[in-house]
Design a protein around this ligand. Structure first.
Ligand SMILES: [Zn+2]
Length: 407
């Protein structure tokens, strides 16, 4: 079994930015990985521990079946939790993740810290819920002090746009959320990194969570607490290659002596979060759920359609005219409602129930779904089934031509 060597962390200055770097190697391959911040945050980059690199590299090492060795130091609590809880649990339940060993020194001393409280501001429903829920609370030590945006594989179609394409998307999104952070009165900390290059061929939902946790730990001298916005509720906890389903375990295991992670928003459903944020005017200007485009596409991607359908059911869609093409939605409302009906049938086989929740809410609130939308759904279902039949037929025909005999 090969070993992934993680070098000790060091700082390198590039222009007015500062990078936390580590030289890594495995087999005959080697590269330098880095997290880059504005110079003012250089003092918060953690050179005393390799925690950030270790956590961000966990999916890579487990998928590639590489033991980890380092001459650097790991936080004691982190090393214990990863070795005794996280690794055995993941390798026993997720086929892609192998059980690996980690050989490194540990240190349980607390580092000097700014004790900030942070969370990501992507502009989506989950992140806005976490932000708005954790400002001006009675528990002062838990009120947000910083918002973050990381260049961590933000674009789901990034593989089609070249190796390091997420940076352009990320930079554009940073410019989009900057004024929102200013209006909220919070500092925005942006982090660039080159982990995209290492993870270029890997599945987003299997690796991104730990890469974000690693990025926070690279700045563990800035963050005493970090809120991790969950996509799913606690009741949906299970082991899956979509690692967001077990956030509750992950946040426990990646917390160390300096930074405690919390899974936020898991206490309620997506629709309830949408209802909560729709009472805050800042979301009318900055809600941005689209992963396909820089701004909400309204009609092309699943997330935009789903969010609009939820807001429509809640009676709040008209508040979002600045960020969605609401008129287009109303013009084609039967198509959107047909989409809801079809997606609900499809997701019954899956773990997520976003559309079913919206549908049940429509029923409870007597939101009408016209006959025309139901007919449209049946038509779409028919077309879909017909296409599957054509596909099967083509497969058999191809088999006949290639092999000379029927399959
Ligand atoms: Zn979209």
């Amino acid at each position: 079994m090969k070993t992934l060597e993680i070098g000790e962390a060091y700082i390198k200055r590039i222009g007015d930015k500062s990078r936390l770097c580590s030289n890594i190697s495995w087999g005959d391959r080697a590269r330098t990985l880095w997290f880059e911040v504005e110079r003012e945050y250089e003092e918060c980059l953690c050179t005393e521990r390799i925690d950030g690199f270790l956590v961000a590299l966990l999916p890579f090492a487990m998928i590639e079946n590489l033991n980890i060795h380092s001459m650097g130091c790991v936080s004691e609590r982190l090393l214990y939790q990863i070795k005794t809880i996280l690794l055995p649990s993941l390798s026993a339940n997720i086929p892609e993740f192998h059980f690996i060993d980690i050989d490194a020194k540990s240190d349980g001393r607390i580092l000097e810290s700014k004790n900030g409280v942070g969370t990501a501001l992507s502009g989506g429903v989950d992140s806005f819920y976490t932000v708005l829920k954790n400002m001006n609370t009675e528990t002062k030590g838990f009120n947000l002090t910083h918002l973050t945006y990381f260049n961590i594989m933000n674009h789901p179609q990034w593989q089609g746009y070249g190796e390091d394409s997420s940076r352009d998307f990320s930079d554009a999104r940073i410019n989009y959320v900057k004024p929102a952070a200013t209006e909220l009165g919070l500092k925005l900390v942006t982090v660039d990194s080159n982990f995209d290059l290492l993870y270029h061929e890997y599945v987003l939902v299997t690796t991104s969570t730990f890469r974000c946790f690693g990025t926070v730990l690279a700045l563990q001298k800035l963050f005493g607490k970090y809120y991790w916005s969950s996509s799913y509720s606690f009741s949906q906890f299970n082991f899956s290659d979509d690692i967001a389903f077990f956030d509750l375990l992950s946040v426990q295991c990646v917390s160390n002596e300096n930074t405690t992670f919390y899974s936020t928003g898991s206490e309620i459903s997506r629709l309830e979060k949408t209802a909560y944020i729709s009472d805050y005017a800042i979301t009318y200007k900055y809600l941005n759920v689209c992963w396909m485009n820089l701004y909400n596409c309204t009609s092309k991607c699943d997330k935009c359609k789903r969010t609009m359908l939820a807001l429509y059911g809640l009676g709040k869609l008209d508040r979002y005219r600045e960020v969605f093409n609401v008129d287009e939605f109303y013009r084609n409302i039967n198509e959107y409602l047909a989409y809801l009906l079809l997606k609900r049938i499809n997701e019954k086989k899956k773990q997520s129930r976003f559309y079913d929740e919206i549908y049940q809410y429509y029923n409870a609130q007597s939101v009408k779904i016209p006959k025309a939308a139901k007919v449209q759904a049946i038509k779409l279902l028919w077309i879909y089934k017909h296409k599957i039949l054509e596909f099967i037929q083509a497969l058999f025909n191809r088999g006949t031509m290639e092999s000379g005999k029927p399959l």
